[in-house]
Write a protein that binds this ligand. Sequence first.
Ligand SMILES: C[S@@+](CC[C@H](N)C(=O)[O-])C[C@H]1O[C@@H](n2cnc3c(N)ncnc32)[C@H](O)[C@@H]1O
Length: 191
Amino acid sequence: MLKMNYWTDKWDLHVDVCPCDVHFNDWVKARKLKNKLIYHFGTGTHHVIGIKQATNKSGNAVFAITASKEEYDSYVELSTNKAKVTKSYLAYFGDIYLSNPKLLPEFDVVTMFHLCEFFFPNTASKAYGGLDDAKLLDLFTAKTKPGGYILFYTRSIAYPRAFPIIEKWAKKGHVKRVGEFKTLLVYRKTK
Ligand SMILES: C[S@@+](CC[C@H](N)C(=O)[O-])C[C@H]1O[C@@H](n2cnc3c(N)ncnc32)[C@H](O)[C@@H]1O
């Protein structure tokens, strides 16, 4: 069996370089979203989305993936020191391209900020058993409740590759473009 395409790096919070997670918290606040279930692609070591949503009295809950061992270690550290955060914030270690719909509930909000950033040549091969980016987006769209939101990060390094996939996906008629919020592009699932 092949080894997982885990991320050999880690990401601390650098709002000047990559503000998507902070902008996401701003968007949730601006829309006054309460009691929502959020899926987040890419925790960072900072866990700024999970922590904020767990502590801002919104009632929102966050389920988030990291493919970095250091980032996952930082979640273990966070959970150990701030137990109550784990009631509303669950991070897990995995390769998002190996997502299995059986293991995922339906979400009110999904972030696809790093679409196309971490696709490896073997990801969608039979031996690895993963998805390509278009199929990944389809899977998480299927796991978004009608009326729920799917967000992209327009300053992602891979956005030029993600954009044609997003455009093609939008033409299928399951989503409606809401508009841009700071660096984020927001869609809403219609049916
Ligand atoms: C550049 S960091 C950004 C972290 C955070 N969203 C931020 O903007 O500060 C990319 C994130 O994607 C995650 N990641 C990389 N490859 C992944 C994969 N194959 N599956 C799931 N997450 C992955 C990393 O663990 C990391 O959290």
